[in-house]
Design a protein around this ligand. Structure first.
Ligand code: SF4
Length: 469
């Protein structure tokens, strides 16, 4: 997918002014948050489960070469094939080769963020194949020719009226406002035909189990199961970080994922796929392929962003992020939005073209609190800001402002004197006219000084409590 992450500010401004987007975001946000909170409250020790999940992922990442080999051996032993892709180009070529060898003309797809990452739809369509998304949200945005705006709810930015309009244009149905079940039935009738006619099914994989070569696939619509069962060829697209050692570990991760993503105890369909159809089985594909994508992940393993590889793509950090909730996913300009995207996108496409992403964060820490695998997202975003400064990606007045701030902040006595002076004497509105980086206050508030600093107010309170007031 082509990146427009460098246009973050303009895209965010447009998103804030888009009334229907704002309505869709408001509706989606409370649903996700409330359901997750209820599911976690009903689980006796969710924090213990999070800790177990974190350990499983850390252990796997520490021995990833070993588990990848085990997984590949197990897949081959079951009659499947593993393809290693160093980057997006190699992954696209692997998928295209499989499709061409199978003389495929039509491909159906379950939801796969790795598919978005490597731009698989465009590559297949260019080669003359018909590609149809079968996850309802993905299907809607495919009709709208838009990228997903949320990693688990790709069409969350669309209102019902917009979907009615879209279906009317593409299906020739009525554009009148209709209820969701009617729209679902219409999409289902069209997709059924596509499922039956497809030669190849492409899905993602939520977890890859090293001991058995199993791919665990979690969906709520059953489209994943149809995509992997009906066509004669099944291709799984997954990042190398999706490994877990055992089926028990996969069970722990599935429990974390369902509760964090959609607030369910378990997703409606949790499917374990191990190889192609056996001789005694009535259904399943003749060919089974797993394309394992690196695309910068091995480099992350060895650097300070390794913890980001624990991500299980649940979307909880997006749902709890005030920035994502205000602007939606498209403003981030690439595949992965929200806090997880602001860390991942610079890893995958470079820090230069993603300058605004690490700064699109209030550092309130909510994302880290809700992350099922305890990824320290605010710390990683802060580290990216440091790197921007060190590599001179931040330039001009902003650089000088940060330098000056850093110099003063390292001298506590001077810092306290200056802040006390500013709190007492700064004229009204001075904070909005910062001389070194006026852009900083163009689109956000900077509270005016209240006449005293927090430190002096705290000291006075302590004195009063100790009876010296
Ligand atoms: S960073 Fe954590 S909360 Fe965000 S999508 Fe990944 S696992 Fe979920």
């Amino acid at each position: 997918m082509k990146s427009t992450a460098h246009l973050f500010t303009e895209q965010a401004r447009a998103a804030l002014a888009d009334d229907s987007l704002q309505a869709a975001l408001r509706r989606a946000k409370s649903g996700f948050i409330d359901k997750r909170a209820a599911a976690i409250a009903a689980f006796p020790d969710f924090d213990g489960l999070r800790e177990r999940g974190r350990r499983i992922k850390d252990h796997t990442l520490a021995h990833l070469d070993h588990y990848l080999e085990r997984f590949a051996d197990a897949v081959e032993a079951c009659g499947g094939h593993v393809h290693w892709a160093r980057d997006a180009d190699e992954a696209r070529r692997a998928v295209l080769d499989i499709c061409q060898r199978a003389q495929a003309r039509s491909v159906i797809k379950g939801k796969t963020m790795v598919g978005e990452e490597i731009g698989i739809n465009g590559a297949l369509e260019q080669a003359g194949l018909e590609v149809v998304e079968t996850d309802l949200g993905e299907y809607i945005i495919q009709l709208a020719k838009e990228p997903p705006s949320h990693i688990i709810a790709p069409a969350v930015h669309k209102t019902r009226a917009q979907i009615c309009q879209l279906f009317a244009e593409h299906h020739g149905s009525t554009a009148a406002l209709r209820e969701a079940p009617e729209l679902v039935a219409e999409a289902r009738a069209i997709l059924r035909e596509k499922f039956l006619a497809a030669d190849v099914g492409i899905t993602g994989g939520n977890f890859l189990v090293a001991e058995t070569g199993t791919v665990v696939l979690v969906t709520n619509e059953g489209n994943g199961d149809l995509s992997l069962t009906l066509p004669r060829v099944h291709i799984v697209l997954a990042g190398i970080e999706k490994l877990v050692p055992t089926l028990d570990d996969a069970a722990t991760m599935v429990r974390l994922l369902a509760r964090s993503a959609t607030g369910q105890e378990i997703s409606t369909y949790t499917t374990f796929v191990t190889g192609p159809r056996r001789a005694n089985e009535p259904e399943g594909p003749d060919e089974y392929h797993v394309v394992l994508l690196d695309n910068g992940r091995a480099r992350m393993l060895a650097d300070e962003f390794r913890e980001m590889l624990r991500c299980i793509r649940c979307g909880a950090c997006l749902n709890h992020c005030p920035v994502y909730s205000a602007i939606g996913g498209h403003a981030y300009g690439w595949v992965y939005p929200g806090p997880m995207g602001s860390v991942l996108t610079p890893q995958f496409i470079g820090l230069d073209g993603t300058k605004d992403l690490p700064n699109a964060c209030t550092l309130n820490g909510r994302c880290q609190d809700v992350c099922p695998v305890k990824i320290p997202l605010p710390g990683l975003l802060r580290r990216l800001r440091d790197l921007q400064f060190e590599r001179r990606i931040i330039r001009g007045p902003q650089r000088w402002a940060l330098r000056l701030w850093g110099w003063v902040a390292r001298r506590p006595r001077l810092y306290h004197r200056l802040t006390a002076l500013a709190a007492r004497f700064a004229p009204r509105g001075a904070a909005r006219r910062l001389p070194l980086d006026p852009g900083w206050t163009r689109s956000r508030d900077f509270p005016l000084p209240k006449g005293r600093t927090f430190k002096s107010a705290w000291q006075e309170r302590q004195r009063q409590e100790n009876g010296h007031g």
